[in-house]
Design a binder for this molecule. Structure first.
Ligand code: PFF
Length: 444
């Protein structure tokens, strides 16, 4: 609390958009979205997903930005300032985002190895074998994960403006440039265009109740909502930053990137492959048959790595802000605590794919436990609670003022957002949540 006066902040509106878009755009868009789409009926799934983004994700993102911006505090103090006794909601977000870091950093480390291996032509001809040997190994995946975590640490200790903002301003334009280059290249190939039409043609027969759960989970994950990451960024918005406008920009950029990633991946003709291996096994294989494949493969994994880095800094920052503002640590020290926790969790997650794969709970190794627990339980739960908090607990007048403040939501849209937060989000997310849990338990 003592540090609130020295709090950092973003220099301007563009910085706010780039940093928040950086948090949103990540492995979720480029690695997860394409394979979930192919497993759930392609175009039909995309339609459901877009509905979830618009009616659930966007209002929740606006709500989270508003709580942060209104209080200018870390997630725990932010909720507690608006309503005493609600700090636990921020704490739940911080715990969840810490658990997400545990497995996310591992995949982020893989992108680093794949970038280098693509550039040096070291993947060889056995793509599945390379992935298997590498990810189940002991030291190599750990090494790359640690390098990635330390890069994060370095950016975080640079401060909000000198670290996060600066890194976002360099990384995000680079990320968009690579994405556009890859997309043009994919569409240029005739077989690419054909494969694409097949995937995007809606196949409603593949849509089941589970597809709705997958779409909603993906929408929350990709927008980083409920975890305190967007809240902390909202708390760094300069006065006059438009909450709703920023949220709309972030959602639009995030959606465009997800769709473009799907175009790139599916136009490569890999629609028959599925699961998490899509990006790491199928893509290098496809690139290897193309002219200048090594270059494109390097660019693809660099894209994935940049996207991961701009997301992990927001996770790290959400937790670091807690140690700095609530525990009175210096930024350097707070960042070290988070880095060490991340190293411990990520080490266990990485080893659980190989040496420690024998240790399981309900049939899941530690890596899958972190992934499933956060995406199936914590994300929907935090979504419901955040919507209830902003829609029902926050004093109506204060919330209205924050949301409609200069440049905010206009008078006509405000009631719509409020309605979505009060009724649609809690009810819809609860239904999907309960069915998801039942389904999950049945499949154990
Ligand atoms: N939105 C990120 C992605 O799509 O990869 C993941 C993420 C970032 C989740 C930050 C949670 C978070 F707090």
């Amino acid at each position: 609390m003592a540090n609130t006066e020295k709090r950092g902040g973003f220099g301007g509106k563009m910085a706010a958009i780039l940093a928040a878009a950086g948090s949103a755009i990540g492995l979720g868009n480029i690695w997860r979205f394409p394979y979930i789409t192919s497993e759930n009926g392609g175009g039909a799934f995309i339609l459901i997903y877009l509905g979830c983004i618009l009616f659930l994700g966007l209002p929740l993102l606006i709500a989270e930005f508003a709580v942060g911006h209104n209080t200018k505090k870390n997630p725990i103090d932010a909720f507690a300032t608006i309503k005493r006794g609600w700090g636990w909601l921020g704490a739940m977000g911080i715990i969840s985002v810490t658990l997400i870091m545990g497995y996310y950093f591992v995949i982020a480390g893989w992108t680093l190895n794949y970038t280098i291996a693509s550039a040096t032509n070291a993947i060889g001809g056995d793509f599945g074998g390379f992935f298997q040997t590498f990810t189940t190994g002991t030291w190599m995946p750990l090494l790359f994960t640690y390098i990635f975590i330390l890069a994060n640490h370095f950016i975080i200790t640079g401060g909000v403006q000198g670290g996060i903002e600066k890194a976002s301003k360099i990384m995000m334009p680079l990320l968009f440039a690579i994405l556009v280059a890859l997309a043009i290249y994919s569409l240029w190939m005739p077989e690419g265009r054909e494969a694409l039409t097949n995937v995007f043609t809606p196949d409603f027969s593949m849509v089941t109740g589970k597809s709705f759960l997958a779409a909603m989970g993906q929408a929350f994950f990709t927008l980083s909502v409920g975890m305190g990451a967007m809240l902390i960024y909202g708390s760094y918005f300069k006065d006059g930053t438009k909450i709703a406008g920023t949220a709309i920009s972030v959602v639009s950029l995030d959606t465009i990137v997800a769709l473009m990633a799907a175009v790139i991946i599916f136009s490569a003709g890999v629609e028959n492959e599925s699961g998490p291996q899509l990006a790491f096994v199928a893509m290098p294989k496809v690139f290897s048959t193309m002219p200048m494949g090594g270059v494109w493969s390097t660019l693809f994994f660099l894209l994935l790595g940049l996207a991961a880095l701009s997301s992990t800094i927001s996770m790290h920052e959400a937790v670091t802000s807690y140690f700095v503002e609530k525990r009175g640590m210096s930024r350097r020290k707070g960042a070290w605590v988070v880095t060490i926790v991340a190293i411990v969790l990520a080490s266990a997650a990485s080893l659980s794919l190989g040496d420690w794969s024998g240790y399981t709970l309900a049939g899941m190794n530690f890596f899958s436990l972190l992934d499933n627990f956060t995406s199936i339980v914590m994300l929907p739960l935090l979504g419901i609670l955040t919507a209830i908090f902003v829609g029902w607990i926050w004093k109506k007048e204060d919330m209205r003022k924050e949301l409609t403040a200069e440049g905010g939501v206009d008078k006509a849209t405000y009631p719509v957002i409020r309605f979505l937060l009060r009724y649609v989000c809690p009810l819809l997310v609860s239904v999907v949540f309960v069915f998801g849990i039942i389904d999950f338990i049945k499949n154990l």
